[in-house]
Design a protein. Sequence first.
Length: 84
Amino acid sequence: RESGSDVMPWKMTAFFEGMHIRDEAYFDLFASKCSHPTVHVFGRTSPYFRYSREGLCSPRRVEDYYEDPVVLEHDEGHKFPMDQ
């Protein structure tokens, strides 16, 4: 966004156990939802699952910063899923 363009140079972003924005100094950067396509992958048995999914120290969950996010959950904990 610093270059003046709202278009990302890649087509999609994938987050694995992505976290929400915690520093209030950056909340204004996401006042409106980003239209860039995103996929969010979470491990239900990860020790960070509740923290990342419930937005415990932020007003929104990580996928709430994006329009039409794809959210996937798996049962393999805090790792890249291999069984599903």
